[in-house]
Design a protein around this ligand. Structure first.
Ligand code: AMP
Ligand code: MG
Length: 333
Protein backbone atom coordinates (compact mmCIF):
# COMPACT_ATOMS: atom_id res chain seq x y z
CA UNK A 1 0.00 0.00 0.00
CA UNK A 2 1.22 3.53 -0.87
CA UNK A 3 1.15 5.97 2.04
CA UNK A 4 0.21 9.51 0.99
CA UNK A 5 1.01 12.58 3.10
CA UNK A 6 -1.34 15.57 2.76
CA UNK A 7 -1.35 19.02 4.35
CA UNK A 8 -4.03 19.84 6.92
CA UNK A 9 -4.55 23.12 5.01
CA UNK A 10 -5.51 21.28 1.79
CA UNK A 11 -9.34 21.34 1.98
CA UNK A 12 -9.86 18.89 -0.90
CA UNK A 13 -7.38 16.41 0.53
CA UNK A 14 -9.06 16.69 3.96
CA UNK A 15 -12.32 15.63 2.31
CA UNK A 16 -10.51 12.62 0.82
CA UNK A 17 -9.21 11.73 4.27
CA UNK A 18 -12.79 11.77 5.61
CA UNK A 19 -13.91 9.63 2.66
CA UNK A 20 -11.28 7.04 3.56
CA UNK A 21 -12.62 6.92 7.14
CA UNK A 22 -16.18 6.51 5.81
CA UNK A 23 -14.97 3.60 3.65
CA UNK A 24 -13.57 1.81 6.70
CA UNK A 25 -9.90 2.77 6.26
CA UNK A 26 -7.40 4.24 8.74
CA UNK A 27 -6.00 7.79 8.63
CA UNK A 28 -3.18 9.29 10.72
CA UNK A 29 -3.76 12.83 11.98
CA UNK A 30 -2.28 15.35 14.41
CA UNK A 31 -3.70 16.02 17.86
CA UNK A 32 -2.28 18.39 20.47
CA UNK A 33 -0.73 15.43 22.36
CA UNK A 34 0.78 13.12 19.70
CA UNK A 35 -0.23 11.95 16.19
CA UNK A 36 -3.04 9.39 16.21
CA UNK A 37 -4.14 6.60 13.85
CA UNK A 38 -7.94 6.83 13.53
CA UNK A 39 -10.74 4.62 12.23
CA UNK A 40 -14.54 4.67 12.60
CA UNK A 41 -15.12 3.61 16.21
CA UNK A 42 -18.44 1.96 15.26
CA UNK A 43 -16.87 -0.25 12.54
CA UNK A 44 -15.10 -3.28 14.00
CA UNK A 45 -13.38 -4.19 10.71
CA UNK A 46 -11.98 -0.67 10.40
CA UNK A 47 -10.80 -0.75 14.02
CA UNK A 48 -9.09 -4.06 13.36
CA UNK A 49 -6.96 -2.36 10.68
CA UNK A 50 -5.48 -0.11 13.38
CA UNK A 51 -4.31 -3.13 15.37
CA UNK A 52 -2.86 -4.70 12.22
CA UNK A 53 -1.03 -1.56 11.06
CA UNK A 54 0.53 -0.93 14.48
CA UNK A 55 1.12 -4.56 15.46
CA UNK A 56 -0.78 -3.64 18.64
CA UNK A 57 -1.75 -6.46 21.04
CA UNK A 58 -5.53 -7.06 20.88
CA UNK A 59 -5.86 -6.70 24.66
CA UNK A 60 -4.78 -3.03 24.60
CA UNK A 61 -7.92 -0.88 24.22
CA UNK A 62 -8.21 2.30 22.11
CA UNK A 63 -9.34 5.82 22.99
CA UNK A 64 -12.50 7.05 21.21
CA UNK A 65 -12.07 10.62 19.93
CA UNK A 66 -15.06 12.96 19.57
CA UNK A 67 -15.53 16.57 18.45
CA UNK A 68 -18.77 17.46 20.26
CA UNK A 69 -20.90 16.18 23.09
CA UNK A 70 -23.73 14.94 20.82
CA UNK A 71 -21.68 11.82 20.13
CA UNK A 72 -21.26 10.82 23.78
CA UNK A 73 -24.66 9.09 24.15
CA UNK A 74 -23.71 6.39 21.61
CA UNK A 75 -20.33 5.79 23.21
CA UNK A 76 -20.95 5.74 26.97
CA UNK A 77 -23.76 5.18 29.48
CA UNK A 78 -24.33 6.18 33.12
CA UNK A 79 -22.14 9.26 32.73
CA UNK A 80 -21.40 10.78 36.17
CA UNK A 81 -21.62 14.51 37.01
CA UNK A 82 -17.82 14.61 37.38
CA UNK A 83 -17.54 14.04 33.64
CA UNK A 84 -19.44 17.24 32.90
CA UNK A 85 -17.41 19.17 35.50
CA UNK A 86 -14.22 17.99 33.76
CA UNK A 87 -15.71 18.76 30.37
CA UNK A 88 -16.32 22.40 31.38
CA UNK A 89 -12.79 22.79 32.67
CA UNK A 90 -10.51 20.71 30.43
CA UNK A 91 -12.27 19.87 27.16
CA UNK A 92 -11.34 20.05 24.42
CA UNK A 93 -7.87 19.11 25.67
CA UNK A 94 -5.34 16.42 26.63
CA UNK A 95 -7.62 14.50 29.03
CA UNK A 96 -9.06 11.02 28.40
CA UNK A 97 -11.92 9.78 30.58
CA UNK A 98 -12.89 6.16 31.21
CA UNK A 99 -16.68 5.69 31.32
CA UNK A 100 -19.11 2.76 31.18
CA UNK A 101 -19.31 1.49 27.60
CA UNK A 102 -22.31 2.24 25.38
CA UNK A 103 -24.03 -0.23 23.01
CA UNK A 104 -22.56 1.04 19.73
CA UNK A 105 -18.98 0.41 20.85
CA UNK A 106 -17.74 -3.09 20.01
CA UNK A 107 -15.30 -5.43 21.72
CA UNK A 108 -12.34 -4.56 19.49
CA UNK A 109 -12.19 -0.92 20.61
CA UNK A 110 -12.38 -1.72 24.33
CA UNK A 111 -10.48 -5.03 24.15
CA UNK A 112 -13.60 -6.65 25.63
CA UNK A 113 -13.78 -4.35 28.68
CA UNK A 114 -17.15 -3.00 29.81
CA UNK A 115 -15.62 0.48 29.99
CA UNK A 116 -14.60 2.86 27.21
CA UNK A 117 -12.00 5.65 26.97
CA UNK A 118 -13.22 8.99 25.53
CA UNK A 119 -11.27 12.09 24.51
CA UNK A 120 -12.22 15.41 22.96
CA UNK A 121 -8.99 16.68 21.31
CA UNK A 122 -8.24 20.40 21.02
CA UNK A 123 -6.38 20.25 17.70
CA UNK A 124 -8.28 21.95 14.86
CA UNK A 125 -7.34 19.25 12.32
CA UNK A 126 -8.48 16.42 14.61
CA UNK A 127 -11.88 18.13 15.08
CA UNK A 128 -12.20 18.77 11.37
CA UNK A 129 -11.47 15.15 10.44
CA UNK A 130 -13.92 13.75 13.02
CA UNK A 131 -16.60 16.21 11.92
CA UNK A 132 -16.17 15.52 8.20
CA UNK A 133 -16.10 11.75 8.82
CA UNK A 134 -19.37 11.96 10.77
CA UNK A 135 -18.35 9.37 13.36
CA UNK A 136 -16.17 9.12 16.48
CA UNK A 137 -12.65 7.88 15.75
CA UNK A 138 -11.03 5.06 17.70
CA UNK A 139 -7.46 6.35 17.81
CA UNK A 140 -4.27 5.14 19.46
CA UNK A 141 -0.92 6.84 18.89
CA UNK A 142 0.25 6.42 15.26
CA UNK A 143 3.48 4.51 15.93
CA UNK A 144 4.48 0.87 15.63
CA UNK A 145 3.44 -0.84 18.85
CA UNK A 146 5.96 -0.25 21.70
CA UNK A 147 7.92 2.38 19.74
CA UNK A 148 8.03 6.08 20.63
CA UNK A 149 4.82 8.05 19.99
CA UNK A 150 5.03 10.34 16.93
CA UNK A 151 4.94 14.13 17.28
CA UNK A 152 5.39 14.95 13.56
CA UNK A 153 3.96 13.51 10.32
CA UNK A 154 7.50 12.37 9.43
CA UNK A 155 7.63 10.22 12.58
CA UNK A 156 4.37 8.54 11.52
CA UNK A 157 5.75 7.94 8.02
CA UNK A 158 8.95 6.41 9.42
CA UNK A 159 6.91 3.85 11.40
CA UNK A 160 3.84 3.19 9.24
CA UNK A 161 4.87 3.82 5.62
CA UNK A 162 3.23 1.12 3.48
CA UNK A 163 0.88 0.09 6.31
CA UNK A 164 -1.70 2.92 6.16
CA UNK A 165 -3.17 4.87 3.23
CA UNK A 166 -2.87 8.48 4.43
CA UNK A 167 -1.17 10.82 6.90
CA UNK A 168 -2.41 14.38 7.53
CA UNK A 169 0.52 16.70 8.22
CA UNK A 170 -0.48 19.41 10.70
CA UNK A 171 2.98 20.30 11.99
CA UNK A 172 4.56 19.47 15.32
CA UNK A 173 2.30 18.53 18.27
CA UNK A 174 2.22 21.21 20.97
CA UNK A 175 2.00 19.01 24.10
CA UNK A 176 4.26 16.18 22.93
CA UNK A 177 3.21 13.38 25.32
CA UNK A 178 0.04 11.29 25.45
CA UNK A 179 -3.14 12.41 27.24
CA UNK A 180 -3.86 12.02 30.94
CA UNK A 181 -6.14 8.98 31.43
CA UNK A 182 -8.67 9.36 34.27
CA UNK A 183 -10.99 6.52 35.29
CA UNK A 184 -14.46 7.63 36.46
CA UNK A 185 -15.91 4.12 36.74
CA UNK A 186 -14.46 3.17 40.13
CA UNK A 187 -15.21 4.28 43.68
CA UNK A 188 -13.15 7.43 43.33
CA UNK A 189 -11.69 9.09 40.22
CA UNK A 190 -8.30 7.56 39.50
CA UNK A 191 -5.51 8.76 37.22
CA UNK A 192 -4.30 5.67 35.33
CA UNK A 193 -1.78 7.53 33.15
CA UNK A 194 -0.40 10.97 34.06
CA UNK A 195 -0.27 13.69 31.41
CA UNK A 196 -0.45 17.41 30.78
CA UNK A 197 -3.65 17.64 32.86
CA UNK A 198 -1.94 16.97 36.19
CA UNK A 199 -3.23 15.55 39.47
CA UNK A 200 -2.95 19.03 41.02
CA UNK A 201 -5.12 20.49 38.26
CA UNK A 202 -7.71 17.71 38.70
CA UNK A 203 -7.72 18.21 42.50
CA UNK A 204 -8.82 21.80 41.99
CA UNK A 205 -12.10 20.70 40.33
CA UNK A 206 -12.92 17.24 41.74
CA UNK A 207 -13.78 16.51 45.38
CA UNK A 208 -11.68 13.36 45.35
CA UNK A 209 -9.09 12.04 42.91
CA UNK A 210 -6.06 9.78 43.28
CA UNK A 211 -3.20 8.69 41.07
CA UNK A 212 -1.92 5.15 41.06
CA UNK A 213 1.67 4.25 40.63
CA UNK A 214 3.11 7.74 40.61
CA UNK A 215 6.53 6.99 39.13
CA UNK A 216 7.43 3.37 38.83
CA UNK A 217 5.94 0.96 36.32
CA UNK A 218 7.24 -2.00 38.34
CA UNK A 219 4.75 -1.93 41.25
CA UNK A 220 1.80 -2.08 38.93
CA UNK A 221 -0.48 -4.93 39.98
CA UNK A 222 -3.59 -2.80 40.35
CA UNK A 223 -2.49 -0.36 37.70
CA UNK A 224 -2.13 -3.01 35.00
CA UNK A 225 -5.52 -4.48 35.71
CA UNK A 226 -7.15 -1.07 35.43
CA UNK A 227 -5.44 0.02 32.21
CA UNK A 228 -4.30 -2.93 30.11
CA UNK A 229 -1.99 -0.87 27.91
CA UNK A 230 0.23 0.10 30.80
CA UNK A 231 1.68 -3.38 31.21
CA UNK A 232 3.59 -3.18 27.94
CA UNK A 233 7.05 -1.69 27.50
CA UNK A 234 6.17 1.56 25.83
CA UNK A 235 7.56 4.63 24.20
CA UNK A 236 10.88 2.86 23.65
CA UNK A 237 13.67 3.91 21.29
CA UNK A 238 15.58 1.21 19.38
CA UNK A 239 18.53 1.77 21.70
CA UNK A 240 19.43 1.38 25.37
CA UNK A 241 18.00 4.24 27.41
CA UNK A 242 19.22 5.27 30.86
CA UNK A 243 17.87 8.14 32.97
CA UNK A 244 20.43 10.34 34.74
CA UNK A 245 19.56 12.16 37.97
CA UNK A 246 22.12 14.92 37.44
CA UNK A 247 25.16 15.90 35.39
CA UNK A 248 27.56 13.73 37.40
CA UNK A 249 25.34 10.72 36.91
CA UNK A 250 25.01 11.44 33.17
CA UNK A 251 28.80 11.70 32.72
CA UNK A 252 29.35 8.44 34.59
CA UNK A 253 26.75 6.56 32.50
CA UNK A 254 28.14 8.06 29.28
CA UNK A 255 31.79 7.34 30.05
CA UNK A 256 31.05 3.76 31.16
CA UNK A 257 29.08 3.05 27.96
CA UNK A 258 31.84 4.61 25.86
CA UNK A 259 34.45 2.35 27.48
CA UNK A 260 32.25 -0.59 26.49
CA UNK A 261 32.55 0.61 22.89
CA UNK A 262 28.96 1.89 22.59
CA UNK A 263 27.97 4.85 20.43
CA UNK A 264 26.60 7.10 23.14
CA UNK A 265 24.75 10.42 23.43
CA UNK A 266 23.37 12.55 26.27
CA UNK A 267 20.01 14.31 25.97
CA UNK A 268 20.97 17.33 28.06
CA UNK A 269 18.99 20.29 29.33
CA UNK A 270 20.23 23.46 27.64
CA UNK A 271 21.43 24.96 30.94
CA UNK A 272 23.69 21.93 31.56
CA UNK A 273 25.09 21.57 28.03
CA UNK A 274 28.44 23.14 28.95
CA UNK A 275 29.03 20.43 31.60
CA UNK A 276 29.68 17.76 29.04
CA UNK A 277 32.84 18.95 27.25
CA UNK A 278 33.33 17.12 23.96
CA UNK A 279 30.83 14.33 24.69
CA UNK A 280 27.99 13.90 22.14
CA UNK A 281 24.91 15.78 23.27
CA UNK A 282 21.46 16.71 22.00
CA UNK A 283 19.98 19.68 23.85
CA UNK A 284 16.43 19.82 25.18
CA UNK A 285 14.60 22.83 26.70
CA UNK A 286 15.03 23.24 30.48
CA UNK A 287 11.37 23.91 31.31
CA UNK A 288 9.07 20.90 31.70
CA UNK A 289 6.65 22.05 28.99
CA UNK A 290 9.38 22.52 26.38
CA UNK A 291 11.00 19.26 27.50
CA UNK A 292 7.72 17.35 27.00
CA UNK A 293 7.26 18.83 23.54
CA UNK A 294 10.73 17.78 22.33
CA UNK A 295 11.56 14.54 24.15
CA UNK A 296 10.05 12.07 21.66
CA UNK A 297 11.62 13.84 18.65
CA UNK A 298 15.02 13.76 20.32
CA UNK A 299 14.70 10.08 21.28
CA UNK A 300 13.83 9.28 17.65
CA UNK A 301 16.79 11.34 16.43
CA UNK A 302 19.14 9.73 18.96
CA UNK A 303 18.17 6.15 18.08
CA UNK A 304 19.16 6.75 14.44
CA UNK A 305 22.84 7.27 15.30
CA UNK A 306 23.41 5.93 18.80
CA UNK A 307 23.00 2.58 20.56
CA UNK A 308 23.13 4.05 24.08
CA UNK A 309 21.13 7.11 25.16
CA UNK A 310 21.60 8.86 28.51
CA UNK A 311 18.71 11.20 29.24
CA UNK A 312 18.79 13.93 31.88
CA UNK A 313 15.72 13.73 34.10
CA UNK A 314 13.11 16.45 33.41
CA UNK A 315 12.28 19.14 35.92
CA UNK A 316 9.34 17.61 37.82
CA UNK A 317 7.02 20.64 37.84
CA UNK A 318 3.92 20.70 35.59
CA UNK A 319 3.99 17.88 33.03
CA UNK A 320 7.55 16.90 34.06
CA UNK A 321 6.29 14.08 36.25
CA UNK A 322 4.34 12.60 33.33
CA UNK A 323 7.41 12.75 31.11
CA UNK A 324 9.42 10.93 33.77
CA UNK A 325 6.70 8.27 33.87
CA UNK A 326 7.16 7.75 30.09
CA UNK A 327 10.96 7.72 30.31
CA UNK A 328 10.88 5.08 33.04
CA UNK A 329 8.62 2.90 30.88
CA UNK A 330 10.95 3.37 27.90
CA UNK A 331 14.18 2.79 29.80
CA UNK A 332 16.31 -0.24 30.66
CA UNK A 333 16.08 0.85 34.34
P1 AMP B 1 -2.63 5.11 23.30
O1 AMP B 1 -3.80 5.67 22.60
O2 AMP B 1 -1.72 4.35 22.42
O3 AMP B 1 -1.96 6.20 24.08
O4 AMP B 1 -3.17 4.08 24.37
C1 AMP B 1 -4.40 4.26 25.03
C2 AMP B 1 -4.27 4.06 26.50
O5 AMP B 1 -5.57 4.17 27.10
C3 AMP B 1 -3.71 2.68 26.86
O6 AMP B 1 -2.80 2.76 27.92
C4 AMP B 1 -4.97 1.93 27.25
O7 AMP B 1 -4.73 0.86 28.12
C5 AMP B 1 -5.82 3.02 27.90
N1 AMP B 1 -7.25 2.67 27.81
C6 AMP B 1 -8.03 2.66 26.72
N2 AMP B 1 -9.29 2.23 27.02
C7 AMP B 1 -9.26 1.94 28.34
C8 AMP B 1 -10.25 1.44 29.26
N3 AMP B 1 -11.47 1.13 28.87
N4 AMP B 1 -9.88 1.27 30.55
C9 AMP B 1 -8.63 1.58 30.97
N5 AMP B 1 -7.66 2.06 30.15
C10 AMP B 1 -7.98 2.23 28.86
MG1 MG C 1 0.41 4.46 22.22
Amino acid sequence: MMTEIISSNDKKAMLRAAELIKRGETVAFPTETVYGLGANAFDEDAVNKIFEAKGRPADNPLIVHIENMNMIGDIAVGIPDDFYTLYEKFMPGPLTIILHRGKKIGDKVTAGLDTVAVRFPRHRTASELIKKSGCPLATPSANLSAHISPTTARHVYDDLNGRIPLIIDGGECSVGIESTVLDLTGEIPLVLRPGAVTLDMLRKVLKEVEQLNKYSPSDTGLFCNKSPGMKYRHYSPNADLYIANDGKDAKFLYDTALKDGKKTVIIAKAANAALYGDRNILTIPDDSKGYAKKIYSLLRLAEQSYGFIVCEKPDLSGSGESVLNRLIKASNK
